[in-house]
Design a protein around this ligand. Structure first.
Ligand SMILES: CC(C)(COP(=O)(O)OP(=O)(O)OC[C@H]1O[C@@H](n2cnc3c(N)ncnc32)[C@H](O)[C@@H]1OP(=O)(O)O)[C@@H](O)C(=O)NCCC(=O)NCCS
Length: 181
């Protein structure tokens, strides 16, 4: 269990809870336009509490098996204002995970993503014992690239047709942060 980590503006990064479905449905509905270009295509049901409850349950099962670490950014009024997830955690000689994230449209530009990525780097290294984090950005996602570079991620390549985002298989830039010398 990871202790909540204070970031900025009274926002904390904490692990996903089983009872987050309602706040997540609200957050995704509020940020539908903001996230549309950067996330997989969502059907209408995705924005309901019922679907989010199913998603949360599956994500917590995967986390319990050690496959991921889903976290949320929680504001002091209880709303969820971002998500940061380590997924695809692989052990053995790789000890690697993928990092994905978003920040609520009304909260961007305050350094939240930079602080949250720093927190996830610390968790990956000190709590999970990982060696490496990979992140992939759409080629034109200047903000996300800046967040990664601020956190010591190095550009390691270009991946054509890498992820299905906004309904299309799109090219991505790949970044990694090595956690141990
Ligand atoms: C990308 C995103 C996570 C940035 O969140 P944020 O909390 O605003 O980021 P920060 O405030 O920590 O900004 C970090 C740096 O990026 C810069 N930045 C942020 N958005 C930017 C943009 N759209 N274009 C250029 N630079 C940007 C900031 O100016 C800051 O630079 P600085 O350190 O030189 O001042 C947020 O805009 C978002 O959720 N976007 C939609 C989803 C998304 O793209 N997720 C990532 C998918 S890989």
């Amino acid at each position: 269990m990871i202790d909540p980590i204070p970031l900025v503006d009274a926002v904390v990064l904490r692990e996903l809870h089983p009872d987050d479905a309602g706040a997540l449905a609200e957050a995704y509905a509020r940020n539908r336009a903001h996230l549309a270009a950067w996330e997989p295509e969502r059907d209408e049901a995705f924005f309901t509490t019922a679907r989010q409850a199913t998603e949360v349950e599956a994500q917590l099962e995967d986390a319990a098996r050690g496959g991921s670490l889903p976290t949320v950014l929680a504001a002091d009024d209880g709303t969820i204002v971002g998500r940061f997830t380590l997924s695809g955690i692989v052990r053995g000689p790789f000890r690697s995970a993928n990092l994905g994230y978003w920040v609520d449209a009304a909260r961007t530009g305050h350094g939240l993503a930079s602080a949250a990525v720093a927190a996830m780097v610390g968790i990956a290294r000190d709590e999970l014992g990982l060696h490496r984090i990979q992140a992939a950005t759409l080629t034109h996602n200047a903000g996300s690239r800046r967040v990664l570079e601020r956190n010591g991620f190095a550009h390691i390549g270009f991946a054509p047709s890498y992820l299905k985002i906004a309904g299309r298989w799109q090219d991505h830039e790949l970044f990694q942060r090595i956690l141990h010398d």
